[in-house]
Design a protein around this ligand. Structure first.
Ligand code: PAF
Length: 275
């Protein structure tokens, strides 16, 4: 991967990296499309990163449909798919971890100890392996975008990190590889995430500025759905991930599945803009 990336740079090309854990969906393919438009070579990495999963999380059962992933990437004419195995990225004597402060200290960082250290470590290795000029991440994982931006700046990586819009199904559900775990009843319950964000955006548009009232309404919409258990629902600043701010961030559990979503309530909700 490094040798190929060096050749491309010598030839004056720019490299766009789309890091993924596979189980590709429309969200990933939208990142590929933006990378394609902005860089001359597009690399997609596929690696289900054990370091970012906590004990009891879904590392083992995470979907790995490699053949259909590769078919989608072939169809999208990406220039390279980087699929390192675990022993390549994490040899037994691996002794280094990348730890980011700031935006890792709240919400996902608290709920999933070690998660962002795993993300930061693998992303740093992927940046170096691919010599990326730009890297593309979905805004659905808004806190991850903030963490990776912080990391790229703090380590003088020279990589420009781009957060790209969340892709939603027609009914508003943010697309995610983990949606595949949901039963029909759970998927119906999952619409309460986008529903609560839509409600908060409408309240904001109608003049509501009180974060406490916006948060309470979001929690009310989620709590009305019996299958949903709330991990957190808050309004934060999109760089620090602490209040005050207009980015509504949610994490819930539905059955065995944990889902996250977010929306800047000062802007119209995407599905409403489309309709
Ligand atoms: O967002 C993901 O799929 C993963 O966290 C990433 C960025 C590919 C790192 O493993």
């Amino acid at each position: 991967m490094r040798a190929l990336a060096r050749e491309w740079h010598v030839a004056g090309e720019t490299i766009g990296l789309v890091p993924t854990m596979g189980a590709l969906h429309a969200g990933h393919m939208s990142l590929v499309a933006v990378a394609r438009a902005e860089t001359s070579r597009v690399v997609v990495s596929i690696f289900v990163n054990p370091l970012q999963f906590g004990a009891g999380e879904d590392f083992e059962r995470y979907p790995r449909p490699v053949e259909s992933d590769l078919a989608m990437l072939r169809e999208a004419r990406v220039d390279a798919v980087y699929m390192p195995d675990q022993a390549t990225l994490y040899p037994p004597d691996l002794s280094t971890r990348v730890q980011v402060g700031g935006p890792t200290e709240t919400l996902e960082g608290v709920q999933r100890p070690g998660h962002f250290e795993g993300v930061a470590t693998v992303v740093t290795k992927l940046f170096w392996a691919t010599h990326a000029d730009r890297a593309y991440f979905g805004q659905k994982d808004a806190q991850q975008v903030a963490v990776v931006k912080r990391l790229a700046a703090d380590l003088d990586s020279g990589v420009e990190v781009r957060g790209c819009p969340t892709i939603r199904d027609a009914d508003g559900l943010a697309v995610s590889s983990r949606n595949a775990y949901l039963s029909p009843a759970e998927r119906a319950a999952a619409l309460s995430l986008s529903g609560s964000l839509r409600t908060a955006a409408k309240m904001y548009a109608a003049g509501e500025r009180d974060a406490g009232r916006l948060r309470a309404r979001i929690q009310e919409v989620l709590a009305a759905e019996p299958l949903v258990r709330i991990d957190y629902a808050d309004l934060v600043d999109p760089s620090t991930f602490r209040p005050p701010g207009t980015l509504a961030v949610l994490a819930v559990r539905i059955g065995k599945t944990r889902l996250i979503d977010n929306h800047d309530v000062s802007k119209p909700f995407l599905a409403d803009r489309n309709s």
